[in-house]
Design a binder for this molecule. Structure first.
Ligand SMILES: Cc1nc2c(=O)[nH]c(=O)nc-2n(C[C@H](O)[C@H](O)[C@H](O)CO)c1C
Length: 158
């Protein structure tokens, strides 16, 4: 059975990993063709290694890295470091790691922020599924200004 990895953090204030797992559980073939493998790490800087382990030790075909950078300058630096680590992990492993980060400063209202997490993480879970099983779904959205967690920007005219 194929495996899609999901990594999230204890630092996050929303259970992002469960959002991803639940979304994947609603996709065609869940439990038959593929399953989700979940890991939780302390914070965003720990995501890259966990992603690499999921690919190399747990044979995941694609991994979703969920993280919530805080709003302080130090958090933003950590987020940049974490992103670089995730980039390195996916290039070294030769498998996609989708980064589903929701930054604290994106939305001040806690209810709307939680909904933003739900939308972004859910959309990237679907993207991970499409990368594996339905690349044509990605292809038909090429250049459409698709956004995860907010309204699509749409294509430019012309
Ligand atoms: C400053 C800081 N900010 C964040 C953050 O905004 N989001 C997050 O998920 N984790 C943060 N961490 C924790 C680090 O990512 C990491 O877990 C520790 O440095 C241990 O490796 C730290 C230390």
């Amino acid at each position: 059975m194929d495996r899609i990895g999901v990594v999230d953090t204890m630092f996050a204030r929303v259970d992002m990993g469960s959002i991803a797992e639940n979304r994947l559980a609603g996709m065609e073939g869940f439990g038959e063709r593929f399953k989700a493998v979940r890991r939780t790490v302390p914070g965003i800087r720990d995501l890259a290694v966990a992603c690499r382990q999921l690919i190399e030790r747990e044979n995941c075909e694609v991994v979703l890295a969920c993280g919530m950078p805080g709003g302080d300058d130090l958090d933003r630096i950590r987020a940049h470091e974490a992103s670089q680590g995730i980039m390195m992990a996916q290039v070294l492993a030769g498998k996609h790691v989708l980064e589903a980060f929701v930054h604290a400063q994106e939305e001040p209202d806690p209810v709307k922020f939680t909904e933003l997490c739900r939308q972004r993480v859910g959309a990237h879970a679907v993207n991970a599924y499409w990368l594996l099983y339905a690349p044509e779904e990605l292809r038909k959205r090429a250049g459409q200004g698709v956004r995860q967690g907010g309204p699509d920007a749409g294509p430019l005219p012309g």
